[in-house]
Design a protein. Sequence first.
Lengths: 278, 336
Amino acid sequence: MTAVLPGEAGMRLARQPAVGVRELGVRRGDREILREVSFDVPAGSWVCVIGPNGAGKTTLMHAVAGLVPFEGAVMLSGKRLDAYRRRERARLVALVPQQPVIPQAMSVDGYVLLGRTPHLGLLGAEGREDVIAVRTVLERLELGWATERRLDTLSGGELQRVVLARALAQDAPLLLLDEPTTGLDLGHQIDVLELIDELRREDGLSVLSTMHDLTLAGRFADRFALLSQGRLVAEGTRSEVLDAATIAEHFGAGVRIIGDGEIGWAVVPVSQRREPRP
Amino acid sequence: MSRMTRSVVIGVGVLAVSAIVGVLVGPVHIAPGDALRWFVSFGHLPSGMSEQDAAILSNLRLPRVVVAGLVGASLSASGAAYQGVFRNPLADPYLLGAAAGAGLGATIAVAFGPETAFAVTVPFAAFVGAIVGVGLAYLLGRSSLGGRSATSLVLGGIAVASFLTALQTFIQQQRAETLRQVYSWILGRLGTSGWDDVRIALPSVLVALTTLWTVRRLLDVIEVGDLEAESLGLNVARLRMIVVIAASLATAAAVSVAGLIGFVGIIVPHTVRILSGASYRSVLPLSMLFGASFLILTDVVARTAVAPAEIPIGVLTALVGAPFFVFALRRGARVT
């Protein structure tokens, strides 16, 4: 379903990063939310932004989506973010927010159709191809049965997939996922993450996400950017960023990392105050 | 046939029937056959019809039905548009202070302006007043009452409406010689509607409703909130401005020719949502169609229920509208 423009395909071949964050700074009033953050999202990769509460993760996602004013630069497919027009930008970046606003009475297909907004003329109505794009995305996320359901009749897991479907309907090569597994039980968390991973591999999407669960983040993402108090304190692969000492320092939590063994990689919390209960 | 196409066909049908009822019902009985023959002869007097009957049709009934239709369509579409753009099920030209602002503007124009230019000054002053009213309500509801909730905007609107209405009363008192003129107009002027009113309202209504109809799809995008709508490539601030201006223009046109008629902007869009779903792609056009029909039929009731006297149409819409407002409040409370 993803129609990649020849120009963008060419850029990808040239191995240009999907996103280049350069000396990014965001202020809100007197407060400095982000300061001098620089990292890349290589094309086709999954980069996960981690960090304690209030580190500036969501603000970073909003800055890359062009939704908050910032200093420095965000490069998108090699071009400055502010050089794109609003609708062009929305055709390149799709955001799944942490707490999406759900218009309760809207139907599932009506909601997913909103993802086609940047592809329509300002006054244009949706055409056949938009309807087909919506149907294709819904089928692919196994939501075909829910097309005409109202959003307020869906469960949390179904709703999360519907929001993801709207982002995919945008047909953008970059997917921003702000805590895509919030409020989901373990089974649904893994379902959603595996789905994202599959979509990324099949369509060549680049993914920039935030995640709280370090174990799940470590299993799915290729690279990690650790934010703490608005600064980037570590960036790289799992073994470069996710070690017990770094996590203890920035999250204030004692953990042990279980390496690749039979049960796979995991971050396990250990109590700092008392011995584990028998 | 899709649900929407079916609803539009029904809406056009209902409007046609309402218009026919509106033209035929009145103290003087005119046979439907005569009315039809008069209508298809384009103003020439058909045989067997008295000149007086023809005059009733052409100078009283028909313009009154057209004005009622324009006013109903404008108030309903404005209500739906305000509801969309403020994401607030309780928004309505009347409750937002738009109508009161338009009323104040029009009163100033009547009290201080030259009578010969009323056709221009009244709608223009009403438009300016409507924009000021909504703007104040929006700012108040957002800042002072510290809320993004549906009720804070309406509370702001009520405060603004009370203030502007007080100003309007003050001006009326100061300019006693125009008191009667203004007063009869406030009560709702459908009783004296003529082709002049159609001429005053039609240009604004056409511009405003065409604009709203054009952006109806984008009102669905705003439903997901400003941030997400921006992420979908929408310029939310600009759209909000366009919609508020268009809806206020429609409100001002309606108030200029018909005075203050409340709750139409709540009753009609909410009924339409129940019938055809929540998407503004259908809510907006259907609000126009059913709004026109609703006011035409309400006017028929207003002029026949206690004939030969007339009930002010605003009294009737409030009788239906106030309970409906409670209904919308309960629906809205569940959403927010």
